[in-house]
Design a protein around this ligand. Sequence first.
Ligand code: HEC
Length: 174
Amino acid sequence: MSITHWKFALVILASALACGAANADGSGDSAVASSDDGKYADKDGNPTYKISSDGTVDWYTYSGFRRYHSDCHVCHGPNGDGSSLAPALADSLKTLNYADFNNIVTNGRNNVNASNDKVMPSFGTNVNVMCFLDDIYVYLRARANNAIPGGRPPKHEDKPEAAKQAETSCTGIK
Ligand code: HEC
């Protein structure tokens, strides 16, 4: 291989690595651009996850893991990996954006026709889901970008005061 070919190969490798780091999904670049008491947002203001190099996840990603596995995994499979009943949300979020996600979970979706009898129920009146939509979203966003492996995140940040207050006022449970 000539020197020019080597240089060319390095440029390709460098851009492939840069793309990998950017983690573009349905909502765009998932990199943390701002934070508010342990809740992270990307440059467009969409909720996003923060995973530290030692594997510690932010509180909302951890909470989303728990909420997902209590209310969604019966159909969508563990870890957002899908099942015969419903699609893999870890794949869906590679193209669905935050607004699409909120809309489908709140209102449900009914694509029933001759070849599809699958129904996504509406969760609009379920406080265990509606009060934690962002949590479930950031967890699945992390899964879509392969930022965390399957399974319970081993370490997480402490529950922020804001999360405690929001939970109390939203769910009505003191
Ligand atoms: C009773 C089974 C069931 C449960 C529980 C369920 N879903 Fe679904 N969901 C489905 C089915 C089936 C579809 C596909 C519907 C279709 O084909 O339009 C779906 C579709 C979706 C989609 C769109 C996926 C895509 O690729 O377009 C999202 C997002 C979604 N569900 C989120 C959730 C979340 C979040 C939860 C938990 C709060 C949840 N679902 C719980 C059955 C379920």
